[in-house]
Design a protein around this ligand. Structure first.
Ligand code: CDP
Ligand code: CDP
Length: 221
């Protein structure tokens, strides 16, 4: 039996931070599905494709060679881990992600990557659509202001020239599009454990998740 851990929630809730640490701790494979949507968005920008050209975008997803290697992502052989975090990608990613064909193909790829492995996968629709049978489903959230503050500090350390207000608006806009789209919107899976991380440290969140998993696996870890 393999163990699947799904972590969903809005931007800046701390999903990828805790997912990476949890994967390391358990020696599981970490799968960042957001990076895959970002990679497709990056490629559409590179090729100057308009967001209305859904068929062209579908072709891109079909042919894109996406490889996740630890915390790195390669697109058609090139390491694009840094590029996909840039504001121009963040600005468009939710619009690309709402295209049904894009989701269909990426969900298939994600299931394939997870096949036969113990995984920690983070995203928006992991517990609801990608891995509905996951043994552990978490939904991490935090106040919009706290999430914007976290993302803004990250940009500041990377010297990205963007204001707190712009960051707040960008994630608010993304949350709205992600939760209102027709195909696999961001929502809390019925059997998901919701954790509000607004007043919790990374370590506290990690401990909560780890204890739940340890209890669930009854000493197998
Ligand atoms: O790290 P951050 O929360 O900013 O975003 P991300 O996890 O890298 O995801 C970027 C975007 O990809 C999200 O805002 C969604 O539009 C989309 N996404 C999705 O639709 N489904 C997923 N499973 C993961 C990401
Ligand atoms: O993946 P998601 O967009 O949900 O969030 P993230 O990329 O993990 O970013 C969360 C940011 O908040 C990181 O800079 C973390 O260091 C910080 N943070 C956290 O992840 N969890 C907390 N409880 C507090 C802060």
């Amino acid at each position: 039996m393999t163990v699947k851990i799904a972590i969903d929630g809005p931007a800046g809730a701390g999903k990828s931070t805790v997912a990476k640490k949890l994967a390391k701790l358990l020696n599981y494979t970490y799968i960042d599905t957001g990076a895959m949507y970002r990679a497709i968005t990056y490629k559409t920008i590179q090729q100057g494709i308009n967001l209305t050209e859904e068929n062209k975008i579908a072709d891109i997803v079909q042919s894109a060679d996406i490889i996740l290697e630890g915390e790195k992502i390669f697109l058609d052989g090139k390491d694009i881990s840094e590029e996909i975090r840039k504001p121009e990608v963040s600005e468009k990613v939710s619009l690309v992600s709402k295209i049904p064909k894009v989701r269909e193909i990426l969900v298939q790829k994600q299931r394939k990557i997870a096949e036969g492995k113990n995984v920690v996968m983070d995203g928006r629709d992991i517990g609801t659509v990608v891995l509905p049978d996951a043994q552990f489903k978490f939904y991490l959230t935090a106040s919009l202001e706290e999430r914007a503050k976290r993302r803004y500090s990250e940009f500041k350390t990377k010297n990205v020239n963007v204001s707190y207000y712009e960051v707040l608006k960008e994630i608010e806009n993304r949350d709205t599009i992600d939760s209102q789209r027709d195909t696999s919107p961001l929502k809390i899976a019925e059997d998901s454990i919701v954790i509000d991380t607004t007043y919790l440290s990374e370590e506290e969140v990690l401990e909560k998740l780890y204890n739940i998993i340890k209890e669930g696996l009854k000493g197998e870890i």
